[in-house]
Design a binder for this molecule. Structure first.
Ligand SMILES: Nc1nc2c(c(=O)[nH]1)N[C@H]1C(S)=C(S)[C@@H](COP(=O)(O)OP(=O)(O)OC[C@H]3O[C@@H](n4cnc5c(=O)[nH]c(N)nc54)[C@H](O)[C@@H]3O)O[C@H]1N2
Ligand SMILES: Nc1nc2c(c(=O)[nH]1)N[C@H]1C(S)=C(S)[C@@H](COP(=O)(O)OP(=O)(O)OC[C@H]3O[C@@H](n4cnc5c(=O)[nH]c(N)nc54)[C@H](O)[C@@H]3O)O[C@H]1N2
Ligand SMILES: [Mo]
Length: 771
């Protein structure tokens, strides 16, 4: 039996390195961080309030918060994020006195974060190469005067998906009042492929699924999303769906234990008996980047079954009513499916046609299918084509806009989707400029701003002089670390609004500030009392969040106050722009959001505390298609794989993934419990046959070299990686993000949205010289 015939439709075999996701393993995972970061007992009380009405919304991922919540409505990683934020460790001005910035560059990302919460505003002193304590007044005045001296379009205001809707709305307003649309966001590295690609084909830039659908669906298809690690609260509705008979089919090059089995830490019986729910019924390990071909195969099989049904007079397999009434382009797609041979599909995916047919049968039998995807589809040169193919697949049986069905991109940061909703966008065409004009009496800038990779390229070319970063850690998150660090330190001004120390602080511009802010679980006391903030989850539900904890330091300001005071120090006075009143009462900002986006935010202040949040609606869910054609657009893919390079001998496709002991560039520890990797992140996961063919042995130390980077000024190379045998298809390698980012080309990304190709990295493997 070939490896690709491996199925999980009988008894599930547990990978030997794994215990089910959730369960005791997840509790011990939390405990490991707990012991590291020494939380107070009060932290446990805080965890009880997480993701519940009257409490605060998790600062980790954007997975929705249900109305009917469990006693503990958090997961291993949400708990880690909270404990991490509420650490007792402090990174105080005295710390910086003892360490120059150059010295700190030798520290690991983990060590930097472990210094604890930042407590006071800091200014970089170039003469001493260290950050020194400053006052908020000095910081705002200096930053304001520096920014107003730079031509507006030479500044960039980045946001990393954490800050609430109120601060984000004001941040976007600040940029536009200043005169630019340089508002890149973390989704530029993430689901921008969805924002642009999904929008083109169904008219919605966000997913169409909500909680009700999870409860009604018969079947999930997972493409390139890893819930066990990245959205663990998803495992609960998944195992509930399984218990009522739903089927789960997964396409992923790696066998991800979190997609195989789950034990609910909320279920005492499961916990005591070790009872576990099998997650995926079928698991197909396709070659990285071959989803277009796999989806072509699935659609081809559906078409072939429909042909057979027509022949025998049985019920049609295609939802012809949906295709006729709601889509355009199906005829060309049908011709493409007939022309594309199974041989080609097998060669691209490494899967057999029988496997794909088996998955296609599951699809054809299910009445209501939810398609779930994540970074495995978005972070490729043809990421947008991946998504349009995924939509084609769903459309064939009318699986968009009906109960229990739909398209479910799983978003990353807790408010990444919401920040886009309230105006953090580099595209003026997405902004209600007329309303901004009326509300604030100014002429909004119409020149399109930079996405985040373009901003770095422009900085390298000397065209961007200043960056303000509302959260985030671009020096680690972006590709080509070597170039990004250079871009950062070449700027006139770098301003980081942060909770913890990270590498981006260590490449200061000529003038540089660290502005420490409150975390989401902390009290945000203003003139009118403790303030609520709001966030939007992956299902477009808006939730209020309020902190109860004492701030980590009396000097911290909220993100909203920092943004508003920066703006006030930068911009000329405008009677319609009342920063101080907005700082005093965030409810006034919500009124502005409602006036700017009346359809989405009707009765915002009244509705924000609804259990489960309020839904801001989605026309595509009602089968109203806000596309150019007014229909869902079925498109023919131009290629069968999403890679931007040819497969040649010795060239591998490296994908970069997350461990369950990290949140993006924040490294909690060195245990990837699910994948059975302990004590290091410097590994390259390889198929055993590839290891043997290259003449390596497990445990050897190798370098990865970007196979196409020689034509550029710097060769992208990363050494010191330990060869680790893993269940991954031949030709595909996996390594950790962010360590592998030096290997990714800054400007190699999705053709439509420019999302970096973090899952399509052409590399060759070289033996490291003996140490
Ligand atoms: N604990 C934790 N939670 C997080 C984060 C975190 O770092 N840690 N990050 C947050 C953020 S910002 C985001 S965007 C999300 C990301 O969450 P995910 O979308 O799950 O992202 P990844 O872990 O990057 O990759 C997902 C999966 O894609 C698979 N994959 C790689 N290449 C391909 C391919 O070509 N085809 C297919 N079908 N699959 C492929 C990988 O094997 C992996 O299982 O998680 C959020 N939640
Ligand atoms: N190779 C590779 N690279 C990738 C990816 C990949 O899959 N592979 N994924 C990409 C994706 S999906 C994303 S979203 C980006 C992430 O890119 P970013 O969003 O830029 O990075 P984060 O690691 O999430 O940012 C962490 C920092 O945010 C600050 N922070 C934490 N909480 C708060 C808060 O509440 N407020 C404020 N103001 N600051 C806070 C802390 O200082 C912390 O150090 O990385 C991308 N990079
Ligand atoms: Mo993300």
């Amino acid at each position: 039996m070939s490896r690709n015939d491996e199925r999980f439709d009988g008894e599930i075999e547990k990978p030997e390195y794994d215990a089910p996701a959730g369960g005791w393993g997840s509790l011990s995972g939390i405990l490991a961080v707990t012991m590291d970061a020494e939380p107070e007992l009060a932290t446990i009380a805080t965890l009880r309030r997480q993701n519940k009405p009257g409490g605060f919304m998790c600062a980790s991922c954007a997975w929705p918060k249900p109305a009917d919540h469990a006693p503990f409505e958090f997961c291993e990683n949400g708990a880690k994020a909270t404990i991490w934020e509420l650490t007792r460790d402090r990174c105080e001005p005295e710390f910086f006195e003892a360490h120059t910035v150059s010295d700190l560059r030798d520290w690991s990302d983990h060590e930097l974060e472990m210094t604890g919460r930042l407590t006071e505003p800091m200014r970089y002193d170039a003469a001493r190469d260290t950050y020194v304590r400053t006052t908020w007044e000095e910081a705002f005045a200096a930053i304001g005067s520096r920014l107003s001296a730079i031509e507006p379009k030479r500044s960039v205001f980045y946001a990393s998906g954490h800050a609430g809707l109120e601060a984000s709305y004001l941040y976007a307003l600040y940029a536009r009042l200043h005169g630019h649309n340089n508002l890149p966001q973390s989704s530029n590295m993430c689901h921008e492929t969805t924002s642009v690609g999904l929008k083109e084909v169904i008219g919605s830039s966000v997913g169409t699924v909500i909680w009700e659908d999870l409860k009604e669906t018969d079947c999930f298809f997972f493409f390139g999303q890893n819930p066990g690690t990245n959205s663990p609260r998803f495992l609960k509705p998944l195992s509930e769906a399984k218990k009522r008979g739903a089927t789960i089919v997964t396409f992923n090059p790696l066998r991800e234990p979190g997609l195989l089995a789950f034990t609910s830490p909320q279920d005492p019986v499961d916990m005591l008996t070790g009872g576990e729910t099998k997650i995926s019924d079928h698991y197909y390990q396709l070659k990285a980047g071959s989803d277009i071909a796999a989806l072509t195969g699935l659609c081809k099989h559906v078409l072939e079954r429909d042909d057979a049904a027509r022949h025998t007079g049985a019920d049609r397999i295609l939802d012809t009513a949906f295709l006729d009434e709601h889509t355009t382009g199906f005829a060309a797609f049908e011709a493409f499916l007939r022309e594309t041979s199974w041989e080609k599909i097998e060669a691209e995916t490494g899967l057999s046609r029988n496997d794909i047919r088996q998955a296609g049968d599951v699809y054809a039998k299910a009445e209501r299918v939810i398609g779930v995807y994540g970074m495995g589809l978005t972070q490729h040169p043809l990421g947008a084509t991946n998504i349009s193919m995924f939509v084609n697949f769903l459309c064939m049986r009318g699986n968009i806009g009906k109960l229990g069905a739909g398209c479910c991109p799983v978003r990353g940061h807790s408010n990444v989707q919401g920040q886009r909703t309230v105006g953090i966008s580099e595209k003026p065409s997405l902004i209600p400029n007329d309303r901004l004009r009326d509300l604030f009496g100014f002429e909004p800038p119409m020149e399109e701003g930079y996405v985040v990779t373009e901003a770095m390229e422009a900085a390298l070319a000397g065209e961007v002089k200043a960056i303000v970063s509302l959260g985030g850690n671009l020096c680690r998150a972006l590709p080509e670390r070597q170039s990004v660090e250079k871009a950062w330190s070449g700027m006139d001004l770098t301003v980081m609004i942060s909770t913890k120390l990270n590498r981006s602080h260590l490449h200061p511009g000529k003038e540089a500030y660290i502005l420490p802010c409150l975390g989401r679980a902390e009290v945000d006391e203003q003139e009118t009392g403790n303030q609520y903030v709001t966030v939007e989850d992956s299902f477009s539900h808006i939730h209020a969040s309020i902190g109860h904890r004492d701030p980590a330091s009396p000097h911290l300001l909220s993100e909203l106050e920092i943004v508003a005071r920066l703006a006030k120090a930068t911009l000329p006075e405008n009677p319609k722009v009342t920063w101080d009143a907005w700082i005093a009462d965030y409810g006034l900002v919500r009124d502005l959001i409602e006036k700017t986006y009346p359809d989405d935010f009707r009765d915002f202040n009244a509705r924000m505390k609804e259990p489960g949040g309020f839904w801001r609606g989605n026309p595509a869910r009602e089968r109203i298609w806000e596309t150019e054609s007014g229909r869902a657009e079925i498109r023919v893919p131009e290629k069968l794989n999403a890679r931007g390079f040819e497969e040649t001998a010795g060239r591998f496709n490296l994908i970069t993934v997350r461990s369950n002991d990290q949140f993006n560039t924040t490294i909690y520890g060195y245990t990837d419990r699910f994948r059975g990797i302990e004590g290091t992140r410097d590994v390259v996961l390889m198929n055993e046959e590839d290891i043997a063919e290259l003449g390596f042995s497990p445990g050897d130390t190798v370098s990865l070299v970007n196979d196409l980077s020689e034509s550029r000024s710097t060769t992208h190379r990363l050494g010191g990686l330990v060869v680790t045998p893993y269940d991954v298809p031949r030709g595909t390698l996996a390594g950790y993000y962010p360590e592998c980012n030096v290997l990714v080309d800054l400007m190699e990304g999705d053709e439509l949205s420019k999302t970096p190709a973090y899952k399509s990295i052409p590399v060759r493997v070289e033996r490291d010289p003996a140490a």
